[in-house]
Design a protein around this ligand. Structure first.
Ligand SMILES: N[C@@H](CCC(=O)N[C@@H](CS)C(=O)NCC(=O)O)C(=O)O
Length: 338
């Protein structure tokens, strides 16, 4: 009901994504900057640093696309969006793409008419609770008050999970992660639920992280990835293959440190095609031969981006898990560059 009302509003405003078939690449070049929809602030994923420069795992994808398309990873206008505002921002053309822990679902893809270009983080929904609440499992949350961000899959999964387990809860709806944390830490809700990566990123900001525990249950699949409007295949290909270039670069050992050297040519034809020294895949995207070199040089390959922003060496401390390469038992698998 709520979703169809939302879609109805988009249609009334003439903002359905399917209607937009403009050449986004031309617009981005004409503007001289990429408008990238990101979070309002989730440290590790997308947040401005002390100097006001946006940083993070999702931010790095925007920068890689800007490097590929505009030859400059700093030419990005970051547009903060909430769970509620992100889809209107993309459908209306306010942003050229979204890179904001957004779950790829059927209705977002088919009904809202967006194109998810891939997955940059395989996630699932979890719960965080104060230890003094005395629960050790989500199955003990009957009657709990739950802080929940509106406009998210989180909201829908929560209802499904409690219903399936015959439990009741009282939602405390909020719009941004910052507000959720404020409410949760002030005791306005017993638990906070969101993507497990978001919980880890949030807990890293707590003064006393040891007073809180992430409950063991993961109640959903949340494949998070960048998305664009449907109807501009050139643009979706550019964003899709930029993400794939970062993933493939890790698989083939191409890093920010060696990309220039390897761009002189190697004995590995796949690396040569990836870096444009054999064939001309870039031209097929409407770009030059160096597009992927620049994308990789901007922030490093997928593994470098993960390690620098959210990995085990950071306060967020996420293990690669499902987000390891397929060669390492994970799900990351770029189609071939040929
Ligand atoms: N993956 C879910 C939830 C995404 C979401 O909004 N997560 C929150 C909690 S981690 C967030 O990113 N908040 C950042 C913000 O409020 O700007 C979805 O696509 O609906």
């Amino acid at each position: 009901m709520r979703k169809s009302a939302f879609l109805g509003a988009l249609i009334a405003a003439g903002l359905t994504a399917g209607a937009a078939s403009a050449a986004t690449l031309d617009d981005v070049k004409a503007n001289g900057s990429l408008k990238c929809g990101v979070n309002t602030g989730l440290v590790g994923f997308a947040a401005p640093n002390a100097n006001g420069v946006w940083e993070g795992f999702d931010v790095a994808i925007c920068r890689a696309v800007a490097a590929a398309v505009l030859n400059d990873s700093s030419k990005v206008e970051f547009v903060p969006t909430t769970g509620q505002t992100r889809f209107t921002a993309l459908a209306s053309g306010e942003v050229d793409m979204i890179s904001r822990n957004t779950t790829w679902t059927f209705t977002r893809d088919v009904d809202l008419k967006f194109t998810f270009v891939g997955v940059n983080y395989y996630d699932g929904q979890g719960f965080i609770a104060r230890k003094d609440l005395g629960v050790s499992s989500a199955t003990e949350l009957d009657g709990a008050t739950v802080c929940i961000q509106t406009g998210t899959t989180t909201e829908l999964n929560l209802a499904d999970y409690f219903r399936a387990n015959g439990m009741n809860y009282e939602p405390v709806p909020i719009e941004t992660n910052a507000e959720a944390l404020q409410q949760y830490l002030a005791g306005a809700c017993d638990v906070y639920t969101t993507d497990a990566s978001g919980l880890a990123a949030s807990r890293a900001t707590f003064e006393d992280a040891s007073a809180h525990m992430i409950l063991p249950e993961i109640i959903s699949k949340e494949p998070l990835g960048p998305l664009v409007r449907q109807g501009d295949e050139q643009w979706s290909d550019i964003v899709r293959w930029t993400l794939n270039a970062l993933i493939a670069a890790e698989e083939y050992g191409v890093t920010s440190a060696n990309v220039e050297e390897l761009s002189k040519g190697t004995n590995n034809p796949e690396i040569n095609r990836l870096l444009g020294t054999e064939g001309d895949l870039g031209a097929m995207l409407g770009l030059d031969k160096e597009w992927s070199r620049r994308a990789i040089a901007a922030n490093g390959n997928y593994g470098e981006i993960f390690a620098a922003n959210i990995g085990e060496g950071t306060p967020i401390g996420l293990a690669r898990g499902l987000n390891a390469q397929w060669t390492q038992g994970g799900l990351l698998y770029s189609p071939p560059f040929r």
